[in-house]
Design a protein around this ligand. Structure first.
Ligand SMILES: [Zn+2]
Length: 511
């Protein structure tokens, strides 16, 4: 593949590198939802997971391979037959698929983690690529910690894996250590000193420990990389990965400078970003480039004056280019199906008819409690994921009381999917604490509460309040979220969602 083509492939690893970051774990239903959104966004490759990590990971990769069409579906494997076979079986139903094998190459990793000599590393890497090629032609190799590997040795590894049949060679800055100028030199060195370099596509994978993941990735493109590995909202290990929306908009906004373009439908960036934020519970900072709430807000008088004359005075991108076409029209009680359908579309969501009807019903119910419905309300209704209300427990009734001294009491009624109906009362430090205790009593599960967040989704006294609950249970972290116009109810539902997730994962482990 010639590396001077102006097409840059976008390899999304939200479901693999992103999902493995603390607090970002997703259920299988949520992963599928994200994968479908990524396909609509137009990413070229979806790295769906690491099938050898657990049975649940295998199943999630397999589900994406079965149900998502369009992008190449990729699975990660260490350089051993068992891992690679697990990727191959998980990806079997996919139409287009890739095996991604990796092995660390830096001295630190060789000596302290792998205890392997240089020639053993080359042997193992070559063997991994060869085994992967037994299954399919599309094989990617990553020398983990490449940016801290001796360049001469890195060049030897790259040459050997391309000879063995790797069609993509990814150069990861695994620990977020490199800086743009140095990274460009590394790519230049490889292109000059690896004789078969043109037989593979060069890829880049950067972490943001020093805040340079996007800058380093763009520099790599200038230096010849034609695939960027990135995640939605930059989620990922530690400080995260290269942010997909930033790197894509940099390439699009500065297309003449980079002479490179992507297949991304940039108008899907904002809705996809919101979807991932809502599912992972990792909020988008207000001042985040491209998709932050303030990214297109102009506050100062001089800027506003300029904007009124012509938007291009202070705006290098248009909000609608990233899918942020906000209308000032507010929906309410009298808005019908048509108005809601139009707004849902404007916000960037495509809903199946049956799903739309569910949203419309909830919209009507919410409009009875709340005079004006803003975009944030509509988004919350749409984003309420299928996984959320999947049980086994459902909240039937909730009564709470708060005392002036700060205490509170709650009575809850829960219905279990196998028909059991339980009513429990408890008192606590406040109505929320009391409701949590009553749920623990009814379900017999007592997770350790880590964090509890409340935020208002929109403005106004009758705004929906979103509650997010983070807990630890048996060494795993779980998260639940809910938004209603009553914060005590939101908190109770969010906690019940956590309980449901724990029960679901216990069942999955038994199965
Ligand atoms: Zn990574």
């Amino acid at each position: 593949m010639p590396s001077n083509t102006d097409q840059v492939m976008i390899f999304d690893t939200t479901l693999r590198d992103g999902e493995q970051s603390p607090g970002c774990s997703m259920t299988q239903a949520e992963k599928l939802r994200v994968a479908k959104a990524l396909a609509e966004l137009g990413v070229d490759i979806i790295e769906a997971g690491f099938p050898a990590a657990s049975q649940g990971d295998w199943e999630a990769v397999n589900a994406v391979a079965r149900e998502v069409r369009g992008p190449i579906i990729c699975g990660l494997a260490r350089c051993d037959r068992d891992d690679i076979e697990k990727v191959a079986s998980a990806l079997a139903p996919a139409k287009r698929r890739r095996i991604h094998v990796f092995l660390a190459t830096s001295a630190i990793h060789r000596e302290l983690k792998l205890n392997m000599a240089k020639d053993e590393i080359i042997c193992r890497a070559v063997e991994g690529v060869r085994i992967a090629r037994e299954f399919w032609d599309d094989v990617e190799f990553s020398p983990e910690d490449a940016s801290r590997t001796e360049v001469e040795f890195l060049a030897q590894v790259v040459e050997a894996v391309i000879d063995a049949g790797a069609t993509t060679v990814n150069i990861p800055d695994t620990v977020g250590y490199t800086v743009p100028h140095e990274f460009a030199e590394l790519f230049g060195y490889l292109r000059k000193n690896v004789p078969n370099i043109d037989k593979a596509r060069l890829s880049v994978h950067c972490h943001d420990d020093l805040g340079m993941a996007v800058a380093n990735s763009l520099t790599a493109v200038v230096a010849g990389a034609r695939q960027i590995e990135c995640t939605i909202n930059g989620i990922g290990e530690r400080a995260g990965n290269c942010s997909l929306e930033e790197v894509v908009m940099a390439l699009q906004t500065r297309e003449t400078f980079f002479s490179a373009r992507t297949n991304i439908n940039s108008q899907r960036l904002y809705p996809t970003s919101r979807l991932v934020a809502s599912i992972t519970g990792m909020p988008i900072p207000r001042n985040k480039a491209v998709v932050g709430e303030n990214a297109f807000a102009h506050e100062s008088g001089i800027h506003q004056h300029g904007m009124l004359k012509h938007a291009s005075t202070y705006e290098i991108m248009r909000p609608q280019d990233v899918g942020l076409a906000r209308s000032s029209l507010v929906l309410g009680k009298h808005s019908g199906r048509h108005a809601l359908r139009e707004r849902v579309k404007e916000l960037g969501f495509e809903l199946e008819e049956i799903e739309f009807e569910r949203v419309f019903k909830e919209f009507k119910a919410l409009a009875d409690k709340k005079k004006e419905l803003f975009d944030g309300d509509i988004e919350a209704l749409v984003l309420r994921s299928e996984g959320t209300n999947s049980g086994p427990w459902a909240l039937v009734a909730l009564r709470t009381r708060s005392e002036v001294d700060g205490g509170g009491a709650a009575t809850i009624t829960l219905l279990h999917v196998d028909g059991a109906k339980l009513e429990r009362s408890a008192s606590g430090d406040g109505p929320v604490d009391a409701a949590f205790k009553a749920i623990e009593d009814a379900t017999g599960l007592r997770p350790a509460l880590q964090k509890f967040e409340l935020r208002s989704l929109t403005e106004g006294e009758d705004a929906q309040g979103e509650a997010v609950v983070y807990v630890n249970y048996n060494g795993r972290s779980y998260r639940g979220a809910s938004a209603t116009t009553d914060i005590v109810e939101s908190a109770t539902r969010a906690f019940l969602e956590v309980i449901n997730r724990i029960e679901q994962s216990q069942r999955a482990q038994l199965a």
